[in-house]
Design a binder for this molecule. Structure first.
Ligand code: NAD
Length: 489
């Protein structure tokens, strides 16, 4: 038995919800298998909660809000500090769990998935310590107060990171939470609940209900005692959450899909920019919402870009996620595998030119949800591979003839999450960055920053996570007039 499964089985936590500071049996009875995407075999089963469990968790969170919302900043910071340390202490278990439940290559899980998840807790702690919860403006006191009980709904692609990017700032703000992780990646979420308990979280401040979207996610979204729902997931699910939340006028923060452009300007350093662009598009096997999957390149450099891109793709090592040499494991589940295969076929039938990869599994990998890293060139902006979020290792190279046309292609999408610009001329890159309608723009592949607010324009969502903006998502604004007056006037 896998050590993570053994640990969770021995603790009995695979069949538990975490509510009011206790592990307990859920009211829900439905069970679901956890599938290892590298073997397509079930490795465990979990019991899903239901709407009754959501009621219990929300009640616990509501009760805990009374005291948690007025704790001293340092009390909350100290809790986050303990959570941060415990995640790092248990980093190997988290990496193993993530690799098992969604197929991340173990080296990538160790180097990326877990450390960036821990960073969100550390940054929430640091932002909290410096945040001005009370300011005076023109004689008015402006208080920022925790919004209340928050329902947090997360996806499977960066499972721990998506949890910490919500739980960290929500708890820092003084909110209490009910987490519903993806039913497809419950293992890292259960380990996270163990961390919260061992860090000494007061009863009811953090609650976990495993479950699916239509039952547990929908119940949380509609719940009259939930003040805010934050969802990271597909645009489809984000819309359903907002619809369910509307009658109770709760705040809804949506972190949704993307189809991010990467504009390569004519003067770009191609031997640096193109391999990094391919790596960014294929990071986490393309299962990143902000993956720059449309590489928009000057027509005069198309042949050179194609050569460099194909070379970069051929260096990827697709295979068993348990091997430290593997750079790319399988995609996370069968639905994802089928979808990516279907859209690769669509790219071919729509007339895009296949540079590398293509349909079917890579040679030698007959079992597991493995996909061949695939690059299409001469892609037309109207094609499905240029418009739809694929969430797999599929890159579309789209040629342009003028910078205006490149910007128009970049913005020709319903999404607006991430974007990249490559140029040796910073002023030119900045000018293009200003014209792209998206929540983030990266110039020349800079280092990731947990302080850069992250979120979408258009149908990529309306929320912002990370850093100061991430904390502010969970705050209400209260104005108190007369706050400083000694005498009634
Ligand atoms: N913008 C971001 O920050 C960001 C980050 C990562 C992933 N994503 C997006 O997430 C998607 C991939 O993740 P996924 O396949 O897990 O997405 P998904 O939409 O299928 O599921 C996301 C979460 O929503 C829940 N859900 C589904 N239907 C629901 C409903 N009716 N009511 C309430 N909750 C419901 C799921 O159970 C899951 O927990 C991609 O579209 C990707 O772009 C966005």
């Amino acid at each position: 038995m896998h050590p993570v499964i053994e640990r969770l089985t021995n603790a009995g936590h695979l069949d538990r919800v975490f509510i009011g500071g206790e592990w307990s049996a859920p009211a829900g009875r439905a069970r679901i298998a956890v599938i290892d995407p590298s073997t397509e075999q079930a490795v465990a089963e979990i019991t899903l909660g239901n709407a009754q469990d959501v009621d219990a968790a929300v009640a616990a969170a509501r009760e805990a809000f009374v005291t948690w919302s007025v704790t001293a900043v340092e009390t909350r910071a100290a809790l986050l500090d303990r959570v941060h340390k415990l995640i790092l202490e248990r980093a190997e278990s988290f990496a193993q769990a993530i690799s098992l439940e969604m197929g991340a290559a173990i080296g990538m899980a160790r180097r990326n998935q877990v450390p960036v998840a821990a960073e969100h807790i550390r940054v929430a702690r640091d932002v909290l310590r410096g945040y001005p919860f009370l300011v005076h403006r023109e004689g008015v006191a402006i208080l920022r107060e925790p919004i209340g009980v928050c329902g947090l709904i997360t996806p499977w692609n960066w499972p721990l990171y998506q949890i910490t990017a919500k739980v960290g700032p929500a708890l820092a703000a003084g909110c209490t939470v009910v987490l519903k992780p993806s039913e497809l990646s419950p293992l890292s979420a259960l380990l996270f609940a163990e961390v919260m308990r061992d860090a000494g979280i007061p009863a009811g401040v953090f609650n976990l209900v495993n479950g699916d979207g239509p039952e547990v996610g929908a119940a949380l979204s509609a719940h009259p005692d939930v003040d805010m729902v934050s969802i990271t997931g597909s645009t489809r699910a984000g819309v359903l959450v907002a619809q369910a939340a509307a009658p109770t006028v709760k705040r809804v923060a949506q972190e949704l899909g993307g189809k991010s452009p990467n504009i390569v300007l004519p003067d770009a350093d191609l031997p640096r920019a193109i391999p990094l662009g391919v790596a960014a598009a294929f990071r986490n096997v393309g299962q990143s919402c902000s993956a720059p999957t449309r590489m928009i390149v000057p027509r005069e450099h198309l042949a050179e870009v194609e050569r460099l891109a194909a070379e970069a793709a051929s260096a990827l090592i697709v295979g068993d996620p348990r091997s430290p040499q593997t750079t790319h494991g399988p995609v996370a589940n069968r639905a994802q595998f089928n979808r990516v295969q279907e859209i690769i076929e669509a790219g071919m039938s729509e007339g895009a030119r296949l540079l590398c990869g293509g349909p079917g599994r890579p040679p030698g990998l007959e079992r597991g949800f493995y996909i061949r890293p695939t690059i299409f060139s001469s892609v037309q902006p109207r094609m499905r591979i240029a418009q739809e979020e694929i969430f797999g290792p599929v890159l579309a190279i789209i040629p342009y003839d003028s910078v205006d046309e490149a910007v128009a292609i970049a913005n020709n999408t319903v999404y607006g999450l991430g974007a990249h610009v490559q140029s040796r001329d910073l002023a030119a890159a900045r000018a293009v960055a200003a014209r792209i309608r998206s929540g983030q723009v990266h110039i020349n592949h800079p280092a990731w920053s947990p302080h850069a607010p992250f979120g979408g324009y258009k149908r990529s969502g309306n929320g912002r996570e990370y850093g100061v903006e991430g904390l502010q998502e969970y705050l209400e604004t209260k104005a108190i007039l007369g706050y400083m007056n000694e005498e009634p006037t």
